[in-house]
Design a protein around this ligand. Structure first.
Ligand SMILES: [Zn+2]
Length: 232
């Protein structure tokens, strides 16, 4: 099994959106980091990045890409085309995690049923995070309920709070459990200091999810937007 942290560019947001009630007024350049998992049987992608947002949103979030920082090019450097991806796991359906879903017409998409349902009619305070054109597409969505064993080595763990039914991914390798936190812990501080994200569906659940991730033994954590962690 091979793991590769990809980069689909970066975008600017107020750092308080990553850490609740801290850093107000401080811009943060958030990296967008899907994870490629190559197994002998399957090519799995965890999250699909931010893609090409509608122009007004691109400007609002100042999406930037260095040469090669787009998903197609990133996959090509690992010898893959979008059609080679068999499985996509969306941690949740906020725009910066499903922005390239349309690229993967051959894949099945693993999403929590409650997340998918909510994405169509979010509450007012989560509306700007869901962009229907990115996820309401002709795709093979396989909606799951709670914990899920994808393969002998790859597990999906519900970690709600940031969104209604967010999920994280655990990849077991010899001696190490890689944990793709997603936005349950977008940067290192969320986990290390138990500081919940600033974008919340439920603060109480967000903290429980962080504490759950912290119980995983021999864990190597991957933070979805931490711009200091670009390789694993
Ligand atoms: Zn995000």
């Amino acid at each position: 099994m091979e793991l590769h942290l990809l980069c689909d560019g970066s975008f600017t947001l107020d750092k308080s959106l990553l850490v609740y009630m801290k850093y107000m007024g401080q811009p943060y350049s958030a990296a967008v980091k899907p994870l490629l998992i190559k197994t002998p049987d399957e090519n799995i992608l965890v999250d699909t990045g931010i893609g090409e947002l509608p122009e007004k949103n691109m400007k609002l979030y100042n999406v930037r890409r260095k040469a090669g920082e787009n998903l197609k090019t990133q996959l090509a450097t690992h010898g893959l085309k979008p059609d080679d991806i068999n499985i996509v796991i969306n941690t949740h359906l906020h725009f910066d995690h499903c922005g390239n879903n349309t690229l993967f017409s051959k894949a099945k998409f693993i999403v929590q049923a409650d997340e998918y349902k909510y994405a169509f009619t979010p509450d007012r305070f989560q509306q700007s995070a869901y962009m229907r054109e990115l996820f309401d597409i002709k795709a093979d969505y396989q909606l799951i309920h709670g914990k899920h064993k994808l393969t002998d080595d790859i597990y999906i763990l519900p970690t709600p709070g940031h969104s209604i039914a967010h999920q994280s991914v655990i990849i077991k390798t010899e001696g190490k459990n890689y944990v793709y936190c997603g936005d349950a812990a977008p940067i290192k501080e969320n986990l290390e200091r138990r500081n919940i994200p600033g974008v919340l569906y439920c603060s109480h659940k967000a903290l429980k999810s962080i504490d759950l991730l912290k119980t995983i033994e021999n864990a190597f954590y991957i933070y979805s937007h931490d711009n200091e962690q670009t390789l694993i």
